[in-house]
Design a protein around this ligand. Structure first.
Ligand SMILES: [Zn+2]
Length: 500
């Protein structure tokens, strides 16, 4: 599969800022590689996927940040940096379900709090295992517990956690709560809370130790190893703080983001060093990315999952190809996290089964259509309430959908049918239309997404809205009221550490 793409070095489709010199160097390397490929049978690449939770692209030095994240910068020098990579949604479960299936949440079905990646989904690990890959995953937080369906296709799935998410000793519980057997929302919510109090995550150093030990113990080829670090995800909160201490706690959480990024960089660096010392390394692809970003008080928000601003969805994506092919290249076209799926299958020489949204990052001719579709349903359950629609009451909440192009971002906060409602009995279009709130941001002049220009630029707004609607037809059945959160929903979000 490699040999079919030797010219990818200075490819016209990679409209990045790679210098001519770098491009020429990469071309030379590609030709050498081509020669080698012609004389030797092609071996499928080993693949190591490194996911760091809650990591914003703009907090890493390869993306221009002031702090030198040395290990990630070194990886960037050996690989391809995708400057405009977007998570498909802004929280862990649906985001990584998209990566593992190459599909959007509307297809894999993991959208709300208690959804689980179903057995019927064909995952990356299953497809690789079927072609003879040794597959292993080491994950750093409980949302990736096997209970949620992520262990499918992995020979070895290590989801042992060691720490509570909370700093208060009274909030901690001991022992590992049994996963709920009845699958009701209430049972799952209770279990989630117990997990947060008992064994919610493990440190990045514990994740690195475990991954390195696996590499040392298992020498098979080809291999697919997925390593997930909890990284700068918020942790160590106290839940018993007085109202006046809440601001100080929030400031402390924000202040520890950069140090947590530096610690992640050290631990990812240890794993990368172990990989470089591994005899399999030359023919190993390393993909580094995040499942979503984090609002650090921008737009008055702290956290993730409940918005679609770039702070929450612009993620790092760096791909080190076998033999350092295309090293140092920078790609400026828009790409998506779910494209990782097709990329890894291409590296393994496996055809993706069925129609999937995922497109290989290494494609010679990427789609002309250059946009990312975004959504989050995290707020649906919290915003749901009974609302009169016509002559009856419907249970309606809100979801966010969005589309990002090079120049613009459209975010639509719109009604959606919540629990107990029949999706085949949709809301009237007139209701949807009058209860949808739109935001348009012009990235040519407003990279921080501060000014909503939806009414100033009606043509652009209409065009992007059309893109949204054609994207996910059959998805607009929903309800809410004015596009604002209810006070009870706000209260619930605050209790989760989000600041609506
Ligand atoms: Zn996450």
């Amino acid at each position: 599969m490699w040999c079919m793409h030797p010219g990818a070095a200075p490819s016209s489709t990679k409209s990045g800022r790679a210098s001519a010199a770098l491009a020429a160097l990469a071309l030379t390397a590609g030709c050498t590689l081509l020669g080698a490929c012609r004389s030797e049978p092609t071996k499928p690449a080993n693949v190591v996927l490194i996911t760091v939770d809650t990591l914003r692209a703009d907090r890493l030095s390869p993306y221009g940040y002031k702090i030198d994240t040395e290990a990630i910068a070194d990886l960037a020098a050996r690989g391809i940096v995708y400057e405009k990579a977007f998570a498909d949604t802004s929280w862990t479960l649906p985001s990584l379900s998209s990566v593992m299936t190459g599909t959007y949440p509307s297809v894999h079905g993991v959208r709300s709090w208690n959804d689980i990646l179903g057995d019927e989904q064909q995952t990356l690990a299953e497809l690789l295992k079927a072609t003879g890959y040794a597959t292993a995953a080491i994950v750093g937080s409980y949302p990736l517990d096997r209970y949620f369906g992520f262990a499918q296709g992995f020979d070895h799935y290590d989801d042992e956690m060691t720490r509570s998410l909370f700093a208060d000793s009274e909030a901690k519980t001991t022992g590992i709560p049994e996963a709920p057997s009845d699958g009701s929302d209430q049972a799952r919510n209770e279990w989630r809370l117990l997990r947060e109090k008992s064994n919610a995550y493990r440190t990045d150093s514990e994740v690195a130790d475990t991954a390195i030990a696996w590499l040392e113990r298992n020498r098979q080829e080809p291999m697919f190893l997925w390593v997930h670090f909890f990284g700068p995800h918020e942790k160590g909160k106290r839940i018993d703080v007085e109202a006046e201490q809440k601001k100080a706690q929030l400031d402390a959480q924000i202040a520890r983001y950069d140090p947590d990024v530096e610690e992640m960089d050290r631990q990812v660096g240890r794993l990368l060093a172990a990989l470089r010392a591994d005899p399999r390394y030359p023919n190993t692809a390393v993909l580094f990315h995040s499942d979503h970003g984090q609002s650090l008080k921008e737009h008055g928000l702290f956290g993730h999952g409940f918005d679609l601003y770039d702070t929450s969805v612009h993620v790092p994506l760096i791909v080190r190809l076998p033999h350092d092919r295309d090293a140092g290249e920078r790609v400026s076209r828009l790409v998506r996290n779910l494209d990782i799926f097709a990329t890894i299958l291409e590296l393994a020489g496996v055809d993706a089964p069925g129609e999937r949204a995922s497109r290989s990052l290494l494609a010679e001719n990427p789609d002309a259509e250059n946009h990312a579709y975004l959504e989050t349903h995290a707020v649906l359950a919290f915003s749901a309430r009974k609302v009169p629609v016509g002559d009856r009451e419907r249970n309606i909440g809100q979801v966010l959908r969005g589309t990002r192009t090079d120049d613009f971002k459209l975010i639509s906060r719109e009604p959606f049918l919540a629990g107990g409602e029949d999706p085949d009995d949709p809301l009237p279009d007139t209701y949807l239309e009058s209860n949808t709130a739109l935001q348009l941001f012009d990235h040519r002049s407003d990279r921080e997404e501060k000014k909503n220009v939806a009414s100033d630029l009606p043509d652009e707004t209409a065009q992007l809205r059309k893109l949204l609607d054609t994207h996910d037809a059959g998805h607009g059945e929903s309800g809410g009221d004015s596009g604002e959160l209810s006070e009870s929903a706000r209260e619930r979000l605050r209790s989760l550490g989000y600041d609506p």
